[in-house]
Design a protein around this ligand. Structure first.
Ligand code: GLC
Length: 445
């Protein structure tokens, strides 16, 4: 297997050529659903005629398996419902995925019946009345099977308007061998990271020190939330009514990011055009000791076909500033049901399968994305294949959300543009003040 989650630049490798991809049956068996339709003993066409047809739109996720294969496994597992999968761009193309979903949901035609949404769009979709409240289908006892923080993130105005799929959080991938080589432990502060990166770069053992994502895109907001929160700051004030982006703590955090390129030189200027995959590639090619990224990277790093650092990668919480605390941005996509669906029951049945412990386990093993059910973290096979997941459970559950507002789509564009200008020009305070004025107008208006 090579690529675990398709980001902006899908990696070439076994998962795409299909050479090592487990068959659809693997997912079926893994999910304990091999019986299903096959056991009905009906000819396929006869079953198809009686099936309820629903559509499912999601960003493009794939690893050892693709989302299309997962949907196919569901279709094969039973004879009542047939799901047509509509593939949107990868999650790194967040703005494009958002636009595609908004266009479809705003038509209020009931298509797609089911969708996945970035955790940051839940308030907007619920506020617009596009997402069906799900409490009556997934009651308190079902909800208690998921991490409470995720249920809270899926709740808007006291209604469950999304169902937890996977949880993501930023984390630090590091090279165990390179750190051992200089007698250092994984860094806990940004100063420690900088010093270790510089020493390793000086020794000629790596071209770069620290790889992160500075592209004017959603992921920049994630890196920003982490840097600012690790200095005790935030993007909005605690009441959510105004911007805190030009406060001293935020300015110092952005200055640190700027300095990684221009002063301490632990990051190449290319980071300013990188999102997830372009930053991941030099790391798994063995060219840097440190990378900030999401959980999907681990399985790629452990894949001989895609990585020259197999068994050399560790994962720890991101560093913090002196006096601050490590912070990880809360990410992940969650399920939603179209408020205008004409196939409510089928949509709920499909999501019951998609959100079951067995299916969550397969998503974690096959796509490298973390479960939202605590019990799945305890699975032995997951512990063996992706040990960092359980080790970092508290990082996932304690992750820092991006601003929660129905106007997030506007807020993020203002942040992306302002922070991007700050990182390019070095006029950090002035650009963050300008961005703050824009954010204030959005959140107040
Ligand atoms: C990941 C996260 C998502 C975030 C995106 C940014 O897919 O799960 O929440 O918005 O990255 O690129």
């Amino acid at each position: 297997m090579s690529d675990v989650l398709s980001r902006s630049t899908p990696a070439v490798g076994a998962s795409q050529s299909g050479s090592t991809a487990p068959s659809r049956r693997t997912f079926l068996q893994g999910a304990g659903l091999a019986a299903g339709a096959l056991a009905l003993g009906l000819p396929k066409r006869a079953r198809a005629a009686e099936r309820t047809e629903i559509t499912f739109a999601s960003a493009k996720f794939f690893g050892k398996q693709t989302m299309a294969q997962v949907v196919d496994a569901y279709n094969q597992s039973q004879g009542k419902i047939h799901v047509t999968y509509v593939e949107l761009p990868p999650p790194s193309s967040s703005t494009e995925v958002h636009t595609a979903l908004v266009q479809q949901l705003a038509r209020r035609t009931g298509t797609p019946d089911v969708f996945t949404q970035d955790v940051v769009w839940i308030a907007e979709f619920a506020g617009a009345g596009w997402a069906l409240p799900l409490d009556e289908y997934f009651n308190a006892s079902v909800q208690s099977q998921f991490f409470p923080g995720l249920v809270a993130a899926c709740t808007y105005n006291n209604k469950l308007t999304a169902l937890p799929w996977y949880v993501d959080s930023g984390m630090l991938f590091y090279r165990k061998d390179l750190l051992e080589g200089i007698g250092a432990k994984p860094p806990q502060t940004w100063d420690e990271l900088t010093a270790a990166a510089q020493e390793i770069q000086k020794s000629g053992k790596a071209d770069f020190g620290y790889l992160w994502q500075g592209k004017q895109a959603e992921v920049l907001v994630c890196d920003l939330v982490e840097a600012i929160a690790s200095n005790g700051g935030s993007i909005l004030t605690p009441d959510g009514k105004s911007s805190a982006l030009s406060d001293d703590k935020a300015v110092a955090a952005v200055q640190f990011l700027y300095d990684t390129i221009n002063k301490t030189k632990i990051s190449p200027s290319d980071v300013l055009s990188w999102d997830e995959e372009p930053s991941r590639q030099p790391f798994t090619a063995g060219r840097a000791p440190f990378l900030r990224n999401w959980s999907y990277v681990y399985a790629i790093a452990q894949d001989k076909a895609a990585s020259s650092v197999v068994d050399k990668v560790g994962v720890v919480p991101l560093p913090h500033f002196a006096g601050g605390k490590s912070a990880a941005c809360l990410g992940g996509y969650q399920y939603g049901v179209n408020a205008n669906t004409k196939n409510r029951e089928a949509a709920i049945e499909f999501l019951t399968w998609m959100s079951s412990p067995a299916t969550q386990l397969q998503f974690a093993l096959q796509l490298g994305i973390a479960p939202t059910r605590p019990e799945v973290f305890e699975d032995a096979q997951l512990g063996k294949e992706q040990p960092f997941m359980k080790q970092l459970k508290s990082v996932f559950t304690g992750a820092t959300p991006r601003p929660v507002t129905p106007k997030y789509a506007q807020v993020t564009l203002a942040i992306q543009s302002g922070v991007s200008k700050a990182l390019v020009s070095g006029n950090i305070k002035a650009e963050l003040e300008a961005a703050s004025a824009k954010i204030n107008a959005i959140v107040a208006g």
